[in-house]
Ligand binder design. Structure first.
Ligand SMILES: [Zn+2]
Length: 291
């Protein structure tokens, strides 16, 4: 079974802008954590039918670098190996793709979960991974993760550890972070689109160049089968399951109706594709099927 990306980088374009997708490795979760509120037998049958493990959800970590309007923009910064050891390939793969980490001008976060944010510093959280980059975070997500005493409000010791470690990273990077409203522009060509639920301030990113566009959907769509066949099922890693389900269904409908190309951070490498609506359900159509 293939669990790692077979390539470290992939390339596409949005209008005139060059897009490089770089792997940060994989993250894995027990299925009974991810779909703890869904009917277990149906989860197993559905995943098995599509050759997905009934026990473990293995997600790719696809990170995008765009050369757009004279700026080099990265979307999310990976996990730096601090959340899960196999979620750590970004710095090496960025260099292998011919991208100097010092050349990144902006890192734009979809949300501040460990596998997207902790990679913004080195393994000791002592130095920034992308030393010349301004960091852009969606304001509502930053407000959530910055709350004093957040760890004490968390439902488990694991979640409390995530809260404490995220706050240590926010502190280390405070002088570099700029907050942007959930549906505001970051550059003329890049704007946030609010997609809350997975985290309170989760935001997707719409990249438009000429008459071409790409929507980076963050963690709204994580599972290549369940997110499309049963978008109404909440996931254990969604902060607000009901809100995340509503967001997911609205986003799927938009992607399908507008035939908008998507980049999904956790879908099978490299995470580029389209959403098809078929017989009342949705399907993920990898971009290289669209010829
Ligand atoms: Zn994630």
């Amino acid at each position: 079974m293939q669990t790692q990306s077979s390539q470290a980088s992939a390339a596409t374009r949005v209008g005139d802008a060059d897009i490089t997708i770089v792997s940060d490795g994989i993250v894995t979760f027990p299925i009974d954590f991810v779909y703890d509120s869904a009917p277990a037998e149906e989860v197993t049958v559905l995943r098995s039918a599509f050759r997905q493990s009934p026990d473990t959800q293995t997600l790719q970590s696809n990170v995008m670098v765009a050369d757009i309007a004279g700026r080099r923009v990265m979307v999310d910064a990976g996990g730096g190996g601090k959340f899960q050891p196999a979620n750590s390939g970004l710095p090496a793969n960025v260099r292998a793709a011919g991208i100097d980490p010092e050349s990144i001008d902006l890192v734009v976060f979809t949300h501040l979960h460990p596998d997207h944010f902790w990679g913004a510093t080195d393994e000791d959280n002592a130095a920034p991974t992308f030393p010349n980059a301004e960091l852009i975070a969606p304001q509502p997500d930053h407000a959530f993760w910055s709350q004093p005493g957040l760890d004490e409000k968390m439902p488990s010791e694991f979640a409390a550890w995530i809260a404490r470690t995220t706050q240590a990273h926010l502190e280390q990077l405070a002088s570099r972070i700029r907050l942007v409203g959930p549906d505001d522009a970051i550059l003329d060509e890049i704007r946030y689109v609010p997609t809350p639920g997975h985290t309170p301030g989760h935001a997707s990113l719409l990249i438009e160049q000429g008459d071409d566009a790409l929507l980076v959907v963050g963690d709204v769509l994580t599972d290549p089968v369940v997110s499309f066949e049963r978008p109404e099922w909440a996931a254990g890693y969604d902060a607000d399951g009901a809100q995340a389900s509503t967001t997911r269904q609205n986003l799927l409908e938009r992607l399908a109706c507008e035939r908008l190309r998507a980049l999904a951070n956790h879908l099978p490498w490299p995470g580029l594709g389209y959403v098809a609506r078929h017989e009342g359900r949705y399907r993920w159509v990898p971009a290289d099927w669209a010829v």
